[in-house]
Structures are given as C-alpha cells and as structure tokens.
Design a protein around this ligand. Structure first.
Ligand SMILES: Nc1ncnc2c1ncn2[C@@H]1O[C@H](COP(=O)(O)OP(=O)(O)O)[C@@H](O)[C@H]1O
Ligand SMILES: [Mg+2]
Length: 238
C-alpha cells in the first residue's frame, strides 16, 4: 500500500457504493429498524455503534441480502435489493458482498487456503486463478506459512485473518463486518482493525462495521449511532 496515504483520510470524490433510504423492518409488532438512511462511498469505512438489541445486526442482514427490509430502499451500485427475487438476492450476496463475523465462521474441515478459495469456487473461478488469488490474499494477511492449517490449529487472530482473506476473495463491492474484534484480545483486535483499514483503503472497498466506538475511532471515517432502530446521530471518527 501507499504508506503516504493515511488509512484515516476520508476518500475524496469517491463514488457512492451503497445508498440506504428510509429502511424499516418489523419483527411481529415490534419495529426493529425505523427509517434508516445513509450512504457509503468507495473506500469509506463507517462504524455502526449502539447498545445491544438496537438493530445493528438486523441492519447488516438487510444490507447483505440475508434478510429483507419491510420498506425503504437499499441500492448497491446499480442493484436495488428490494426489486430482486430470493435467488437474485442470494447471487448478489455471493458475488458482490464480503462478510466478516465475530466468531469467524470458518469451515472446520477445510484448510485456511480452502476456506479462502471457497467463495471463488462457488462463483466458478478457474482453479489456477483461485490458487493465485488465494495465496496472494493469505500472503497479504501474513498467513502464507499457515495455508495448510485447519481452523482448529489457528489462534483467534489468525482465524479472523483467514476470514478477512475469504471476505475479499471474490473482490466484493461492500464489506459488512459484525463485531469483527469482539472475540479477540485487544492486541489482536487492533491488528485486525489495522488490516481492515489498510485493505479497504488499498482496494477502495466500502465497509460498514459494527463495533465499539472506542476502537472504531481509530480507523473509521464516520460513525452512525443507533438507538432503538433509529440512527440518532452521525459523527466523524467515533
Ligand atoms: N429473527 C428475529 N425474530 C424476532 N426478533 C428478532 C430477530 N432478530 C432480532 N430480533 C430482535 O430485534 C432486535 C434487534 O436485534 P439485533 O439486530 O440483533 O440487535 P444488535 O445487533 O444491535 O444487538 C432485538 O430486540 C432482537 O431481539
Ligand atoms: Mg448484533
């Protein structure tokens, strides 16, 4: 990466990647998301912060096409998610979105390399290209030596680095991360945040990250503060 460019400098004149307009969602009689609106630009990292149960994961699930909003509009570049069928939504998720979770969600029976390769396999990327890209990504997250290790043989920090490589393997337009450091000690957590900042700047990927405000301050350009399904304020940094 170009070290002259600080990962904290907000991208200038970057194209809008994600446009969320007045998204609402109910579970039964309960309104979990209430008219949520914001945009994300290429290379921009935005933190989503707020107390447990305020709707952060539900919002990520709607943006990632795992769940559907009841009203409002979610546009990922040219695609309006509310207009897609379930199959089209699943395809969009596989092709265009990368997801990172608190508990890594690696497949235990696949090696680190095979976990990174999997999203490319699902998209029928040719074997040779899968190998090149997979090894490049493992090198980028400093895990070349652990390519043949299984998740059970890796530390938490290493597992999350595999998960980051996997999330980037299919060159997504948007990364959704749900408490990516929530299961790591502070040193490993900071390393993961630095890595996410570097990679999203370098690859110009938009990233929405559920996190605690203190850690988000370091690497995010903006923070959205959520309470009871509403974005109550937006701040620079955290
Ligand atoms: N599948 C579901 N069915 C019913 N209620 C749900 C479901 N998923 C989440 N909820 C409720 O929606 C609210 C928001 O949950 P969530 O988005 O997981 O919050 P957060 O990630 O901010 O902790 C919570 O009250 C939760 O209990
Ligand atoms: Mg959550």
């Amino acid at each position: 990466m170009d070290l002259a460019v600080s990962p904290r400098v907000a991208p200038q004149n970057a194209a809008t990647v994600l446009r969320v307009e007045r998204v609402s969602k109910n579970y039964g009689a309960r309104r979990v998301l209430n008219e949520v609106s914001f945009t994300l630009a290429a290379g921009e990292r935005v933190a989503l912060v707020g107390p447990s149960g305020c709707g952060k994961t539900t919002l990520l699930n709607c943006l990632g096409g795992v769940d559907r909003a009841d009203s409002g509009s979610i546009r990922l570049n040219d695609a309006a998610l509310e207009k897609l069928s379930s199959d089209e939504l699943a395809t969009l998720r596989r092709e265009r979105i990368g997801t990172i979770f608190q508990f890594f969600h690696l497949l235990p029976t696949l090696t680190a390399f095979e976990n990174v390769e999997l999203p490319m396999q699902l998209l029928n990327v040719p074997t040779r290209e899968r190998r090149t890209r997979g090894l490049e990504l493992l090198e980028r997250v400093k895990l070349t030596q652990r390519a043949e290790a299984f998740p059970g043989q890796l530390s938490g920090g290493e597992m999350q680095r595999v998960a980051i490589a996997r999330a980037l393997a299919h060159r997504p337009e948007l990364i959704l991360a749900d408490e990516p450091t929530g299961n790591l000690d502070s040193v490993n957590g900071e390393n993961i945040l630095d890595l996410l900042a570097e990679l999203s700047t370098e690859l110009k990927i938009a990233m929405l990250m559920v996190t605690h405000s203190a850690e988000a301050a370091r690497i995010c350009h903006r923070s959205l503060h959520m309470r009871d399904g509403v974005i109550v304020k937006e701040t620079l940094g955290a």
